[in-house]
Design a protein around this ligand. Sequence first.
Ligand code: ATP
Length: 370
Amino acid sequence: MNRRENPTVPYLEVQNLVKTFGNDRAVDNISFGVPQGGFVTLLGPSGCGKTTTLMCIAGLHKLDAGEIRVGETLYTSAARHVFLPPEKRDIGMVFQSYAIWPHMSVAENVAYPLEMRKVGRPEIDERVNEVLRLVGLGGMADKLATQLSGGQQQRAALARAIVSRPRLLLFDEPLSNLDLKLREQMRIELKRIQRDVGITSLYVTHDQSEALVMSDEIIVMSKGRIEQRGGPRDIYARPVNRYVSNFIGVANMLDGVVVRVTAPGRGEFEVTHGNERVRLPCRLGEGLGEGSCAVLSVRPENVHATRDKGEGPCLEGKVLQTIFLGNCLDCRVLWGEFEWKVLAHPRLRLRPGERVYLRLDPEQSLAVQP
Ligand code: ATP
């Protein structure tokens, strides 16, 4: 079985990639793969090396070290002095700026990559019409590119990137210029189109919700390195450290110590609360054992607030602030010096100043590396 047919073998494979600018390592020895037809996202704050990684794959930067393969083809190897020029890489790219030509019609823009390849006119017309329909620009072929809205221009840019059926699609923050509503709609559309055409895709964004909605796998980056990789649910529910927990979604994070391991992957986490020490049962992240300094990460939707003390252990706090969001009540609850973020049921009608009891589900409380 060759690499193209085997879903367990990455189709795009990046190994030990290093890229420096002067003395700065923009990308610091990262390795990852994207299976054929897969959609993987590089997620991280500005300057963490996402775009540089894409540029290396596209052949717009030379590597200092490492190798890049697509299918059976070695695109770049620093050690073996292999460097396939960008135009031979068969890669489609979609950027933040739409980069479509204003003096050409939509159809001419989209046809361009096929003309470059000297594809015959009847086939060009057929394929251009097909992709324009696919991206929802069926009736717009003859319009000038400048007559399109931002969202439509980005659809045209996507059509141009996929019309030649490239081996790989690279996206660099393609939705950043669109307003929120359109961005949310386009995430779903873009993912649908990618699935329909089945082109292996690597996507770059700093927007965690975009990454969660669109990706088969997310690679969280910081300072040129990979902090964690995994499926969206996995990264959200089991962040490996404070950085990832902070970056993906919202979390309450308490500093403390793991004082007991009660079962494999389960234990007790101790935090200081005023003059007291409070023990909270939790799950233990990788590499943590008795005596480890750690951070307890609990998502706001996993903190259950009640007015009645009820049975069993709970934390007594005071409501500081509530914001009604329709389907939930976003609350801040003061517990000693710690401010809990809690999503409560709107029926609870909590008011600032009220006493409230918080219960943490041990299964949803995760101690992670600081
Ligand atoms: P952003 O979303 O802001 O582009 P990013 O995660 O994509 O962020 P990169 O653009 O890859 O980050 O930049 C990573 C680091 O490399 C940054 O410190 C940046 O200043 C530096 N860098 C990127 N390109 C160059 C260049 N051509 N010359 C010098 N330094 C560069």
